[in-house]
Design a protein around this ligand. Structure first.
Ligand code: AMP
Length: 276
C-alpha cells in the first residue's frame, strides 16, 4: 500500500491510473479509523481495486471552540487498518501541504448547509465543501464513498457535486453501530464508562421513534428530546426531516428520516435513522 503525503505525488498516481484505463475510488476520512470507515473502503472495493483513503483532520471545518486540537489521531494503526482492508493508497497531507498560506477561495453550499448541524456549527459545511472539493481535484476519483452517519454532510456533498459538475459518482454507505446501537464514531473515544450509557440515548431515541409507528413529527421529536435529556445530554436538534431535501416534515411519511445531535461536557455526537 502506498503512503502519499504530497498533492503532487497523489495527482501523479491518479493520472497514471487513468492513463492505464483504471478507475479510482476515494474514501475521505479524518482518521482514527473504526469499522464504519472500513465499511466505506469495502464499499469502494466493490467498484474498483484502486481505493485511496484520505486521512486529514481538516482545520477549516472546526469552529474556534471545537475539538480540532484534541481530535484523536492514530496514524500507524490507521495505516495498518487501511492495508488490511485492501486500500491501494493512503493520502496523508499535512495542513501546510493541503492549504496554501492565505488561501482566499471557499466552496459554500448555501441551502442544505444552513439548517441542523450548519446552524449549530457556523462555517462547518463551508470547510467540508472546500476540503472535499480540493480532495476531488487532487485525487480525481471516479467514485467517492461517504457514510450515512453524516446524513446532512452526504446531502450537501451530493448537491455540491451536482451544482459544480464534479464528474464523480457519490456512494452512500449505511451506518455501522456498536452491538448496543451506539453509532461508531472517532469521537466515541471521548466517552468514559460513566458517560457512555447516556450517549446511547441518541440511538435509543431514534429506534424508539421508528418502533412507535407514530407519524406526528412533533410527538416524535418531543419524545426523542425527553429521552436524550433524561440521560443528561443537551439536545441541539431532534428533527424529522425529508431525507432528500433535509426540510423538516410535519408528518413522518416517506421519505422521512430522524436526525439528532446532542452534547455533554464539550462532546457533541450525531446520529440518524431512516424512518420510512
Ligand atoms: P470522519 O472520519 O468522521 O470524518 O468520517 C469519514 C467518513 O466515514 C464519513 O463519510 C462518515 O460519514 C463515515 N463514517 C463515520 N462513522 C461511520 C459509521 N459509524 N458508519 C458508516 N460510516 C461512517
Amino acid at each position: 500500500m502506498l503512503v502519499i503525503r504530497t498533492k503532487k505525488e497523489m495527482n501523479a498516481w491518479s493520472r497514471a491510473l487513468r492513463e492505464a484505463k483504471q478507475t479510482l475510488a476515494l474514501v475521505p476520512t479524518m482518521g482514527y479509523l473504526h469499522e464504519g470507515h472500513l465499511s466505506l473502503i469495502r464499499e469502494a472495493l466493490k467498484r474498483t481495486p484502486h481505493v485511496v483513503v484520505s486521512i486529514f483532520v481538516n482545520p477549516t471545518q472546526f469552529g474556534p471552540n471545537e475539538d480540532f486540537s484534541r481530535y484523536p489521531r492514530k496514524e500507524a494503526d490507521d495505516l495498518t487498518l487501511c492495508a488490511e482492508t485492501g486500500a491501494a493508497a493512503v493520502f496523508l497531507p499535512s495542513a501546510e501541504e493541503m492549504y496554501t498560506a492565505n488561501a482566499t477561495t471557499w466552496v459554500d453550499e448555501t441551502a442544505l448547509s444552513l439548517r441542523h448541524c450548519g446552524a449549530d456549527r457556523p462555517g462547518h459545511f463551508r470547510g467540508v465543501c472546500t476540503v472535499v472539493s480540493k480532495l476531488f481535484n487532487i485525487v480525481q476519483p471516479d467514485f467517492a464513498v461517504f457514510g450515512q452517519k453524516d446524513f446532512q454532510q452526504t446531502a450537501v456533498i451530493r448537491r455540491m457535486v451536482r451544482d459544480l459538475d464534479f464528474p464523480i459518482e457519490i456512494i452512500t454507505a449505511p451506518i455501522i453501530r456498536e452491538a448496543d446501537g451506539l453509532a461508531k464514531s472517532s469521537r466515541n473515544t471521548y466517552l468514559t464508562p460513566e458517560t457512555r450509557p447516556g450517549a446511547l440515548s441518541l440511538s435509543q431515541a431514534l429506534f424508539a421513534a421508528k418502533a412507535s409507528g407514530e407519524r406526528d413529527s412533533a410527538t416524535l421529536e418531543a419524545a426523542a428530546r425527553k429521552h436524550i435529556e433524561a440521560a443528561g445530554w443537551s439536545v441541539d436538534y431532534a428533527t424529522v426531516i425529508d431525507s432528500e431535501t433535509l426540510e423538516p416534515k410535519i408528518t413522518a411519511e416517506p421519505p422521512a428520516a430522524m436526525i439528532v445531535a446532542a452534547r455533554q461536557n464539550g462532546i457533541r455526537l450525531i446520529d440518524n435513522l431512516i424512518l420510512s
